[in-house]
Design a protein around this ligand. Sequence first.
Ligand SMILES: [Zn+2]
Ligand SMILES: [Zn+2]
Ligand SMILES: [Zn+2]
Length: 258
Amino acid sequence: MSPSSTTTIARFLQVGIFKGKKLQKVEVEMESEREDNIYKLQHNREKKARRHGWDKGKRELIDGFLRLERRLREITQREILLQEKMNQNDFKSDVKEVEEIGKELEELPAEFFMTEQERKSLWPKLSTSTKKGLNLWRPQPEWYLHKTLVQDCVDRGGCCGRACGCCQKRKHQLEPNRRLGVGHCTVECGCCEAAHGFAFTDKQKETMKLYYPLNPDSDSKYFRKIMLASKYGLIDDCTQRPFDLIDKPPKHEEIQWV
Ligand SMILES: [Zn+2]
Ligand SMILES: [Zn+2]
Ligand SMILES: [Zn+2]
């Protein structure tokens, strides 16, 4: 048995233990034996999930899950941005603004918690195939450095388009209670704000969401691209193993600019 397949078995067993119930040991071992076919496994799950989702009218659950995850990242980045502002000495002379930021900082943890709970409440309603796809892909700590998601971060003007390395670092820098805040830049990233030289207004934040909608009714092509990478590690018409599509560290200089 090759060292890589041993690692894979260990990883899947870990998932099985971590998730505790559904992912049975036998199934886990069978899956790892088919490691060469991980693409096929995930591809078939996505096909099944799509059928299930569309047939049962549960598509909005799949969209909702991704939008909640984006909100968790926004809240996390907003907290960091505001905390940094609070720490700036010159800023503290503006008492009203300090009060406003203090109030928002007090409210954000509750919003994070409730958003996390909402995401959790969706989990049992997802199709079995979707859950299996996520169970295989998400324990990989660098899943979000999938090529598609890195390119998307670049397209949205995020840190993956620069050499700062913020997206990769988040995994190490965030507290365990912000584990679900790990991921790419959002409109709330302070490093992006500094690089752009301006802060998005509320209206511009909404406009950015319209340009990059996590909603298949607005842009089914964009949504599908992000959904495939986020849930299964896949790219349409590409048969590479999901784990081989992780771009680590993000090669920002090689990424195509539109
Ligand atoms: Zn950055
Ligand atoms: Zn990024
Ligand atoms: Zn950023």
